[in-house]
Design a binder for this molecule. Sequence first.
Ligand code: ADP
Ligand code: MG
Ligand code: ZN
Length: 624
Amino acid sequence: MSIKNKPQPSWSRVVGNILLLVSGAYLLISIFFPQLFGPPIPQVPYSLFIDQVQDGKVLRVSVGQNQIQYQIKDEEGKPGQILATTPIFDLELPKRLEEKGVEFAAAPPPNNGWINNIISWVLPPLIFVAIWQFFVGRSGGPQGALSITKSKAKVYVEGEAAKVTFADVAGVEEAKVELAEIVEFLKSPQRYIAIGARIPKGVLLVGPPGTGKTLLAKAVAGEAGVPFFSISGSEFVELFVGAGAARVRDLFEQAKKKAPCIIFIDELDAIGKSRANAGFFAGNDEREQTLNQLLTEMDGFSVSGATVIVLAATNRPEILDPALLRPGRFDRQVLVDRPDLAGRLAILEIYARKVKLGPDVDLKAIATRTPGFAGADLANLVNEAALLAARAHRETISQADFTEAIERVVAGLEKKSRVLSDKEKKIVAYHEVGHALVGALMPGGTKVAKISIVPRGMAALGYTLQLPTEDRFLMEEKEIRGQIATLLGGRAAEEIVFGSITTGAANDLQRATDLAERMVTTYGMSKVLGPLAYEKGSQTNFLGDGVMNPRRVVSDATAKAIDEEVKEIVETAHQQALAILNKNRDLMEKIATRILETEVIEGEELQNFLSQVQPVDEKVAVAV
Ligand code: ADP
Ligand code: MG
Ligand code: ZN
């Protein structure tokens, strides 16, 4: 993949250089040959000036701060020579001049050096501009002067170098399927336009660093055979106010000319931070202007009919401004997550092809030993192993090289706390099984499709993927209670197995408490408080990008009752979860052990396990 800088218009550089030359020459000439710019004005003593005034020889006077210039009459009384003198503190001067009928003013009298005058007004700013451009031109590299507002987007043009395709990306199959559709749009936009379909404009790739978001974006361009404009969000906000917005405008202009094409904005969060969260003082004008310009451009180019698809990447989707995610903007989101066992194997195979492997290398074993590794970590791993082999003067890489390389990479990653220790893995395994078992029994429980301890996304260490059995619009009270119990299942498992709890359940607890609170305050499901809604209807705030649910004003007694009721609901669910897991302790051990081997359980194997769950005697479960 070659990177070609867009050729910048060279006239700006030429103009900058000419300005620099001209002003330099002027400076030199005016220092060494001042007479070229109008005759020099002879200096006379102040006393002579006063004498000439007394004698009525002076025609007019211009009084300046540091210099008095005056014109004397020649023999015939016509305007003659111009002379200058240095003023002394002379309060009498105006009176004297007036007595003699001399014209006087504070501006310099007209002289013959009008070029000098003009130049002395016009040149200093020009010199300043020229010097400034000179430095900007240098720091901006070969792009030259006047280009700071131009986009620095790198363009990857089709056919210029080996292109990236989907075959170069592995372990992110779901993302590839979604992006394959985008490739279709780019290849034959007419087919979609003809039928009246709206081609998506923005696709947001969301996932942790190093999982291949940039690579995927390039692969989309490569597969579709279209140009690829790439720029990083942080590059938009590095300069002066207004430059970012101008860059966005320029970027889209370039792209429209090359349509169909892809614009790739890396680190979208650098410009797309939520404006609502910025606070009053923390607001950043520059970023906001850039963001607004981006939104305007994205809204605008459907009108022009050009097929430009904006791909963006972020690893912090939660801080993005909601305006970016509205329909017609980045309304498609593709999760690019860390690969599971099979995915890691596939990625290792890609990179293993580029190196020489010894006969004893077992990629499957390496993939098994590297949970939590992202694509970039695996690429790095293969390279480390190759370096180790080369350092030892061996011709091929051995399994031992990989073993050592894994240790090195893990040590690096552990600093960033992305890899789970064995102990942590065990806790996560039981935690997730706890969710699954409780979910399998409780009413309203959803069918568990997959349990995984591969770290996912940014927060969750493991996850239990639940599929709703049908689309639900109405939920019964007991189903919500079931969901709360399911959420608490993870923590309950930790309590039972390890006798202590970790911070891993924080998000579960938050969601469970939220649900319980909504039961009481919104759905009127409380026995004590009755069918009253303690929340006012949801109101959208005036910017339209946040929803507030203000509490109705309640008495202290009611507030206390709400708190107690919420606590009661959560605690009941907690006891239910504990009861279920205690009853199914053996099954929990079995599943957890299996997960620790394979990292992921799904499909038939999982259903088989879950069908063995024993229900608990209702009365025991509900008793608190
Ligand atoms: P991101 O943009 O998500 O931070 P990159 O696309 O920049 O990650 O990945 C960095 C490098 O890691 C890529 O150039 C590629 O060599 C390797 N890589 C990352 N993910 C994958 C993957 N899923 N398949 C193959 N290689 C990958
Ligand atoms: Mg990237
Ligand atoms: Zn959990």
